[in-house]
Design a protein around this ligand. Structure first.
Ligand SMILES: Nc1ncnc2c1ncn2[C@@H]1O[C@H](COP(=O)(O)OP(=O)(O)OP(=O)(O)O)[C@@H](O)[C@H]1O
Length: 335
């Protein structure tokens, strides 16, 4: 669907993309990177809206340098920032966008009604968008990207500004864009957990460089560890599990227990019951994408000055945080 070859974009003070070579296949692909990693720049180049400094890219087999209009006819785009005129309704706006994409008036109205219903906007679609919540605005932005029935949509940070429930709704909608309509999706986020849940494939970029591209399942292999969380007496539980012959260690409120076989689950359950404490959770641990980031290596640091880390997130990833962010900073390497 998308192929880039040594694609670079240099601004006077910043290298936004640095010799990026990646192949993106049909399905839902998550493009993950900290703020400033180059996600929006890549999307603009793919739409033919900004020229690359060097390298080449094709979208649906068309060259971004020479066929921007052809690409934009086949691709939907949901921009990151608020771009909706406040004094028109969602219906008026999406009909307008459909007409701009070349749909005749009747088809534009029908497709608009269908698409707005699909994204979950009903009566409110006749009200001026200035009064909409962030979640409603994001839905309108998604609807205008879908209204001309594209083969591919590029969604730039669609969960930005949404609360956890709003994020879940938006992620569900994005999954359905592919499962219900067969439209492929490239969705960006700096939140690892949500892309893990939504995407078939994950592409990780940092400082404009490709860190890794592979299927989501390759990123999140299950391990042989069981994460156990109890309400109280973690140290006593650790001692009880060790006495029962299991290898276990404490990690804050969590105990990590090596799975020796199916009976490990029973042993943990019995030990917890024996102590009379509550079991908060017991689950097989999965690698999260953030664990694929090793500490920055010396070589990668040498060109760090070339990149801005403006707006980078300082939040640390943890195994339990579904909204963990990509560790900020440039030049990190994937294990
Ligand atoms: N028009 C521009 N002129 C100069 N520098 C730019 C321009 N556009 C982007 N940059 C810089 O290029 C780098 C990559 O920006 P980009 O917007 O692509 O990142 P991003 O991963 O989409 O992050 P965000 O989600 O914060 O937008 C950043 O350092 C940014 O400051």
């Amino acid at each position: 669907m998308i192929a880039t070859e040594s694609l670079s974009k240099r601004y006077p003070r910043v290298t936004a993309l640095d010799r990026l070579t990646v192949d993106i296949t049909p399905g839902v692909t998550g493009l993950v990177g900290a703020n400033g990693a180059g996600k929006s720049t890549l999307i603009k180049i793919l739409l033919g809206l900004a020229p690359a400094t060097e390298g080449r890219a094709t979208v649906l087999g068309r060259d971004v340098a020479s066929d921007g209009p052809g690409i934009r006819a086949l691709v939907g785009y949901m921009p990151e920032h608020d771009c909706l005129p406040p004094d028109v309704s969602a219906t008026e706006f999406v009909v307008h966008m459909a007409r701009m994409s070349g749909l005749p008036p009747t088809a534009a109205r029908e497709r608009t009604a269908d698409t707005l219903r699909h994204v979950g906007l009903y009566e409110e679609r006749y009200r001026p968008m200035g009064g909409y919540s962030t979640g409603m605005k994001q839905r309108v932005k998604l609807a205008q990207a879908l209204v001309h029935d594209p083969e591919l949509v590029l969604l730039d940070e669609p969960t930005n500004g949404l609360d956890p429930a709003g994020r879940d709704d938006m992620l569900g909608l994005i999954r359905r864009v592919h499962s219900d309509f067969g439209i492929s999706v490239l969705v960006t986020s700096h939140l690892l957990g949500e892309l893990e849940r939504t995407s078939d494939h994950i592409v990780v970029i940092d400082g404009g460089k490709l860190l890794r591209a592979s299927s989501t399942s390759d990123f999140t292999q299950t391990t042989g560890s069981l994460a156990v969380e109890v309400t109280d007496r973690e140290a006593d539980l650790l001692a009880a599990l060790t006495a029962a012959g299991l290898r276990a260690q404490g990690a804050g409120h969590l105990l990590m227990v090596d799975i020796a076989g199916d009976e490990t689950y029973d042993t943990v359950r019995d030990a917890v019951a024996g102590l009379g404490v509550g079991l908060v959770r017991m689950e097989q641990r999965r690698h999260r994408i953030a664990e694929l980031f090793a500490d920055a290596d010396e070589d990668a640091h040498s060109d760090e000055d070339a990149h801005s880390d403006e707006g980078a997130h300082s939040e640390e990833d943890t195994d339990t945080d579904p909204h963990a962010t990509v560790p900020a900073g440039t030049g990190r390497t994937a294990r």
